[in-house]
Design a protein around this ligand. Sequence first.
Ligand SMILES: [Cu+2]
Length: 200
Amino acid sequence: MSEQTNPIEDPVVEEAQDQSAPVEGGLSEDAHLHIDKYESMWLKIAFIIMGVFFLSVIVSSFAIGIQLPGAYARIDPTTVNDPGSPFAEPGLRELAPGKYEAYYRAQIWQFTPREIHVPLGAEVSFYVTSQDVMHGFKISDTNVNVMVIPGQVSTLKHTFDKPGEYKIICHEYCGQLHHTMYAQIFVDEPTEEVASGAQN
Ligand SMILES: [Cu+2]
């Protein structure tokens, strides 16, 4: 068997060797590793850009403290209104001068409380949960934007540096009257009476 196949295979192998021989012989090891000048330049630029992106994530999360809105705690949606639940009587509470916490209950199709007033410069920690379906919690003209998921307490912190009216809107479609679901935050400038009272 082997004697019959050898005469056929041999010329093919020889031809292949003949073709590859000059190519292999003509190129040195350095030629195989050669990277074009422009290819190498773009590779370096790509690595620098990746390095900048990586650094920006590290700096923003650890040095500046920018974090994604998180799940603060879990809560049984059926007990949201039970006595003892912080969402049974939601609203604004002052923790320290200039520092507040605001508990919001979302349900179809309203936020409770509908309206809060905070002084200019107030740092407010928001705690939001839903007692029925999924809602959204976005405060206009701020970075506050979080999903409100039944069973979960979502939290975010914001400092109100500009006076005026801010709208809280639901940005997650939650039913027929979704577009009517909103609340308001009024950031009040110190009045003259308070300002003069503070001086006296
Ligand atoms: Cu909605």
